[in-house]
Design a binder for this molecule. Sequence first.
Ligand code: TYD
Length: 209
Amino acid sequence: MKKLPGKLIVFEGVEGCGKTTQSQLLSKYFYDNQIDHLLVREPGGTETGEQIRSILLHSEELNGLSELFLLSAARQILISQKVIPALKSGKIVISDRFYFSSLAYQGHARGIDESVILNLSEIASLEIYPDIAFLIDISTSQSFNRKINDKKDRFERESSDFHNSVRNGYLSIAKSDKNLWRIIEGNKNISEVHEEIILLLNEKLSLSS
Ligand code: TYD
């Protein structure tokens, strides 16, 4: 694991759990408190990464393994181009998803062997590991209700069994490393979740402006 001056904060969860809203709120909180930071998302966050994202969300030719290769390529580009330089300069990086998404989606839900995903993810992540990870947990039915009016991508069109596997995958990943993970009940209102995140962050990391 590489030790760099900055800190990496990761948000994970099923579709519609609110992790994108919470990543953005945290970014605004840092901005308001003049804390130097960078907000990125996976898959995406770079020009090539955003192109790969579009293939991942819409191509009908992919399976679990080809998803994993594409995700790993996007991840490697993002980590090398954006995340490592920011961490080197002492910034806090907020990442909306990280390779735990691959463990939950391509591993638990699509059935790819965990060791294959871990090996590939460690290579793609260039020894970068988060300082804290938040799992925003909601039930599959809440997830479906929140996405009801949106145009659905390939992952969102998957069955409730698939999304249950993703959720259970996340819960077992989070429970296996209590030092890294904070599980947050996502069924609360947006500002309550945000306040809980700030509290937990201040407990775990000493954030100074
Ligand atoms: P995201 O933009 O977080 O979707 P949403 O905002 O709708 O929750 O992520 C896009 C999709 O990519 C999401 O359905 C999960 C999927 N994904 C994987 O399957 N594996 C991965 O490793 C990552 C990073 C994302």
